[in-house]
Ligand binder design. Structure first.
Ligand code: SF4
Ligand code: SF4
Length: 312
């Protein structure tokens, strides 16, 4: 059988009943879940960071202080330049097409280098769950979507996760052909970020339409299947040392972690009889949001940094 990573790896034998974590604690599966109820530890930390950073953008503009100036497309943090990767890719392509490279200054490349280094270390899509204001809204809208599904008012719709790579190429081609940052006019991340900093714009209606579509039709449509910013960050964080570590021995195979995950394919190994090793790590699409860690009843999942794990 082929493992999920495309390698010809045999899964380990499924656990026997006496090897299940609830049986080891002398509990039924229901009692075990009730004893280790989910927490909001990582979610609270994450939301605090997200709200703080987005407030800092606003405060720096409003009070004219040099703390975090600009927006999520391009900014300066205490004078250090920061450039969003996908925005930079579009600008480079437009520069190549038009022959005008005035925007591509040394500070532009320094900003891009700082961001690439940072997200390589913390894991690519960390931006999504720890900084992106659209993720924050969509994460909360998802609760309403889940409630509607549970009440059988709507059905779940899922598509191939690879669709986002088509969107990534399409938006780059649009920049190349039109010589404009077309994506930025429909990017909910930039729209919300600019609205927080400079005041609301009519483009917020587009963001609202997206959220309504996600609530009533496809869960997390933008983040899962479209956002090229997420694709760019995940590419940078592919071989990051920071990820979620899975310990097969502690897993009860309830799969509740997959239910709360934006990218459940990253947790493929939690399904009974699928893991090919005792320890697995999540990959590049994982946003390091910690929702799965907060949910896991057996403590089988934890955010870790390879190499310094013992110090943490
Ligand atoms: S890792 Fe996932 S499937 Fe396994 S016990 Fe934890 S929440 Fe359940
Ligand atoms: S695997 Fe866990 S940390 Fe990664 S995105 Fe899913 S829920 Fe968040």
């Amino acid at each position: 059988m082929f493992g999920k990573k495309g390698k010809n790896v045999q899964p380990l034998p499924a656990k026997r009943r006496d090897e299940m974590p609830n049986v080891k604690e002398g509990l039924t599966f229901k009692q075990w879940k009730a004893k280790h109820a989910p927490t909001h530890k990582w979610r609270n930390k994450r939301w605090a960071v997200l709200i703080l950073l987005n407030t800092l953008f606003w405060a720096s503009f409003f009070f004219d202080i040099s703390v975090l100036e600009g927006s999520l497309s391009g900014s300066r943090f205490f004078g250090i330049y920061l450039m969003d990767i996908f925005n930079s890719l579009q600008q480079i392509l437009i520069g190549i097409r038009t022959g005008h490279f005035a925007m591509l200054t040394m500070n532009f490349f320094i900003g891009l280098g700082v961001i690439i280094t940072f997200y390589f270390l913390v894991g690519g899509r960390t931006f999504c769950s720890w900084i992106c204001p659209y993720h924050f809204l969509a994460e909360n809208a998802e609760k309403l979507h889940n409630w509607l599904v549970k009440k059988k008012k709507i059905k779940e719709h899922n598509y191939a996760i690879g669709v986002k790579y088509i969107a990534f190429v399409m938006f780059l081609l649009l920049a190349l052909l039109t010589k404009q940052l077309v994506f930025e006019d429909m990017n909910p991340v930039g729209i919300i970020s600019r609205s927080i900093i400079y005041g609301p714009s009519v483009l917020l209606l587009w963001v609202l339409a997206l959220l309504l579509f996600e609530i009533f039709h496809t869960k997390r449509f933008w983040c899962r299947y479209v956002c090229p910013m997420g694709v760019a960050y995940s590419a940078v964080g592919t071989i990051t040392p920071t990820s979620v570590k899975f310990d097969l021995d502690k897993c009860g195979h309830c799969r509740d972690c997959q239910d709360v995950c934006l990218v459940p394919h990253e947790l493929w190994f939690v399904k009974r009889g699928e893991a090919t090793k005792e320890v697995h790590f999540t990959g590049a699409d994982c946003t390091r949001c910690g929702l799965c860690v907060d949910t896991c009843y057996g403590g089988a999942l934890k955010i870790t940094v390879k190499g310094v794990e013992k110090l943490l």
